[in-house]
Design a protein around this ligand. Sequence first.
Ligand code: AMP
Ligand code: GLY
Length: 416
Amino acid sequence: MNLLLIGSGGREHAIAWKLAQNPKVNTIYCAPGNGGTSRENKCKNVNITEMDELVKFAKENSIDLTVVGPEEPLTKGIVNIFKENGLRIFGPSKEGAILEGSKAFSKEFMKKYGVKTAEYEVFSDENKALEYIDGREFPLVIKADGLAAGKGVIICNTLEEGRAAIEELMTSDNFKEAGKTIVVEEFLEGVEASILSITDGETIIPFISAKDHKQILDDNKGPNTGGMGVICPNPYVNDDIMKIFEKDIMNPTLNGIKKEKMDFVGIIFFGLMITKRGVYLLEYNVRMGDPETQGVLSLMKSDLLELIEKALEKDLKNAEVQWENKSACVVIGASLGYPGSYEKNKEISIGDIGESKVFMAGVKDEGNRLLTSGGRVLALVSKAETLDLARKMCYNNIQNVKFENIYYRRDIGIAK
Ligand code: AMP
Ligand code: GLY
């Protein structure tokens, strides 16, 4: 089989690495890929990103299956377009991807189908939003409705911060259409968990749980990022929490997907907050997480391609996903300055990293050199019998991964 994989992050490098393990796979074209996929087994980068070019490429290169990594093409309807062209593709259609593409829509969906989530109100009128927050208790969470590359959620501790957030989201040029509508939401206190899952629209199979570390600094301080490290499984997600998640969140979601006839075949990622009052859904993502994927796929024993094909055949009820009985620790090596501005084009060298694996993200391949090209540069993944051992291996080995001004958190796996 020839596959086309869309995206260029660390997540896509991990997906490519995992898909390449299936013996049926001949070539995986990564569009556009990165400096990790360029050197991965069976992988070839192709420098295309436009929808019509991707369709043309899939037709001309006898692509048997396309897998979509990031949310943006999904919300733009890449799955609808590929299907209209008779091409096989894994991911939700535009009608399903709106669960991530619009927070107002997804909150209404949660309410309609009884998925446990924070209390909220939606506003498209700035004055009404300002009026609403006046006199309310803080903290409050204010969110842009649309996709905002992780920057659209503002936690406000005071009325002043709330006013500033509404103004920023609804009127600043940074958000444009994404902030024309906002969600104002009750603040929940607890620990977060990421549960990725695969669905064929009739069955959802949850993957092993993960714990992201979103903030840039140790002790969960500083601004939010796309994620600075992950551990799997999430130590806060025990069997009881999984049962509550299935009852209060996963099953009502599946019911909603069926009732709305979303024809959702793809990944659903549940962003959870585990609180003293129960397990709440913060958000849906309609793709795998980054860097959750790098940890989760490292522990997956089952074949990912087989699983995807079962989903496409709507046969997940007969599937089972097997996991290694180990823990994984993922630490992101970033460019110092991220998520603000940072320097690029630093040469990367990888020394002895034992049995750990590096997945590249913001990296370009210059033939004989790998150079940094993004904020989150790479992810080092270690796995071991215990979380403690996996952490130790990870932090030992990352010392042998070098580029000028590498920055990483020191407390992945121990921060709450
Ligand atoms: P979201 O994109 O909705 O997952 O929000 C991004 C991050 O903001 C989450 O990972 C949480 O850390 C935080 N967050 C979102 N909603 C809430 C909430 N209702 N209460 C507390 N924190 C939240
Ligand atoms: N790591 C969080 C995300 O991918 O959304």
